[in-house]
Design a protein around this ligand. Structure first.
Ligand code: AMP
Ligand code: TRP
Length: 332
């Protein structure tokens, strides 16, 4: 499908990791010059697990700052907060009435997350339906996400097709835009390279945060798990740790994997180069992030974003309500 409209969301559930940046946000920055783009801070998704209200508010604004610090331009892309556009939760309800419990039970993220929670809320269960609503409101043709969101997107496509078959063409069926592993689609944990890098990991040495200072980055990469032997070559099976660091170095320095491969004798210099490349990549982002922390700098951009998003979303919602047989208030 032609690349026309892009939608993606990130949860304000803590600082962003290098995995979030290399897997998702870096692509957002490229895409904003190629398509109409919507980037959303999905605060209502964060509520599916318990949150401290004051911290959630601060993290929501801070994520929007990081979006802009990473290179998203609020004059080109629509950057907004999910809860500012009520059509998201309204469409979510309508779509819940078209989604089967069996489909939601099969979601691996639900299975994993519900295992670690003391109580499991209905919101955690219906989370992927709200995600489908986010995407379908804007006729998104492409959804840039990391590899872990593939199953949620497949569900979104099923819901869209089901709706279109029952009520006539209404939704664009979106395509995933997931980079291959070597292009950052799945950045792995530094301490256990068989797991993805995640900010929810209890070991902070396993991830790099976009806000980590240089010494912390150096120390974490120095401690990163490498594999037997001393060759720096790309092989996900026998050298998962080295391969992950090679992807990170490649994406942060612009060198191709084959240019990195075989360049090093042992891991020490290799790791130093990885750390310096990450530090150099993050330095301008961290500087802009600090500048945007001035009070008021982000609020204005988010207000404009919400107004723009609302205009598109409310039109789509009315179409859906009408097709499903609700009496539109405007028609009274
Ligand atoms: P989340 O922090 O789970 O809301 O994720 C935000 C975005 O970053 C989503 O598109 C994820 O798929 C992506 N992402 C998260 N962790 C990784 C990772 N380790 N590697 C690549 N992409 C990731
Ligand atoms: N579920 C996504 C995540 O955890 C976040 C998300 C919510 C999203 N709505 C979205 C991503 C819409 C893409 C499109 O990363």
């Amino acid at each position: 499908m032609e690349l026309k409209t892009v939608f993606s969301g990130v949860q304000p559930s803590g600082a962003l990791t290098l995995g979030n940046y290399l897997g998702a946000i870096r692509n957002f920055v490229d895409l904003q010059h190629k398509a109409k783009c919507y980037f959303c801070v999905v605060d209502q998704h964060a509520l599916t697990i318990p949150q401290d209200p004051a911290r959630l508010r601060e993290r929501t604004l801070d994520l929007a700052r990081l979006f802009i610090a990473c290179g998203l331009d609020p004059d080109i892309s629509t950057i907004f907060v999910q809860s500012h556009v009520p059509a998201h939760s309204q469409l979510s309800w309508l779509l819940e009435c078209m989604t089967y419990v069996g489909e939601l039970r099969r979601m691996t993220q639900f299975k994993e997350k519900s295992r670690t929670q003391e109580v499991v809320t209905t919101g955690l269960f219906t989370y992927p339906v709200l995600m489908a609503a986010d995407i379908l409101l804007y006729d998104a043709t492409h959804v840039p996400v990391g590899d872990d969101q593939k199953q949620h997107l497949e569900l979104c496509r099923n819901i869209a097709n089901r709706f279109n078959n029952r009520f006539g063409e209404t939704f664009v069926v979106p395509e995933p835009y997931i980079p291959p592993r070597q292009a950052g689609g799945r950045i792995m944990s530094l301490t256990d390279p068989t797991k993805k890098m995640a900010k929810s990991d209890e070991n902070p040495d396993s991830y790099i945060l976009l806000t980590d200072p240089p010494d912390v980055i150096r120390a974490k990469i120095r401690k990163a798990t490498t594999d037997a032997g001393r060759e720096v070559i790309y092989d996900e099976k026998t050298k998962p740790g080295v391969s992950n660091l090679m992807v990170i170095l490649s994406l942060c320095s612009g060198l191709r994997l084959d240019e990195i491969s075989g360049r090093y004798d042992g891991y020490a210099q290799f790791k130093k180069d990885v750390a310096e490349a990450v530090i150099a990549k993050l330095e301008p982002i961290q500087r802009r992030h600090r500048e945007l922390s001035e009070p008021g700098a982000i609020e204005h951009a988010l207000a404009i974003g919400a107004t723009r998003a609302e205009a598109v979303a409310s039109r789509k919602l009315a179409t859906v309500q009408d097709k499903m047989g609700l009496v539109l208030r405007e028609s009274l």
